[in-house]
Design a binder for this molecule. Sequence first.
Ligand code: ZN
Length: 317
Amino acid sequence: MKQINTVTGTVSPEKLGTTLMHEHLLIGWAGWELDCAVPKFERKSALKNCVEQLKQLKDMGLESMIDPCPMDIGRDVTFMGEVASASGVNIVCATGLYKEDLGNTAYFKQRTIEDITEVYVSEITKGIGDTGIKAGIIKCATGKDKITPYEENLLRAASRAHKRTGVPITTHTDEGTMGREQLDIFASEGVDLSHVIIGHSCGSSDLRYHTDMLDKGCFLGFDRFGLDFLHPDRLRLAALIGLVGVGFEQQIVLSHDSVACWLGRGLDVTPQLARMIENWKPSHVFQNIVPALRKAGVAQPKIDAMLVGNPRRYFQN
Ligand SMILES: [Zn+2]
């Protein structure tokens, strides 16, 4: 039986249960640790906040969470392990590098696809640093409207590491662009696209964009609920209800891309922005999106498929 690497050991896909497929505990942009003008990172209180948050989510039914933080924007798998142990929620961490404009690129730009593939495979099979924690998912990312040569190398390294280990791939896209092109690169490397989630696909409400990708057999992440300033929830919901209405519920997963704690300075939240992210928290799907789906006539088995069945099949594939 296939086993999933979590930060506290392996679990079988059947044991994942209700899963949020894209949430973050910590994010820190490269260089955050050089900002001496902000108070030192309070690890203990951050840990306490994350554990409390996950315990509340557990009471709402959450059993597992994927934190697809790439290696280069503040990933801390020991922190994830402590949160998972204290909360009782399974957490899966990622290997992989972020998109060029926001990643920490200087070193890896000088490496070959094969060098990078070896790093990813090592983090999956041997573990991350000396933590003993193994990555259970591979992350890659592209920016808006184009894939840079560096990002293409990372997509190819992710494909090759996936083919060597069987660990699935999850991606970041900007503003609902380049998902189709990501799939073309994966397919050119021989990846079976049922092992791929095209993340942040709800950043577009263009149903042709969605169905072009769904027809290739991948999963789509409707995984930025609550980020109204990027794309309004009612458009994310309209697209989701439409796609589920024509039978694509077996290929969609739900999440928020929430960030529990920022390293260094976080978002600069103006009063206007605050109004547009008031629902951007990892309980929003359970408290508001699922009820909205029910109100629109989406049957419970379809909702269960997106929150339970699809995460399981994605890892089983
Ligand atoms: Zn994310």
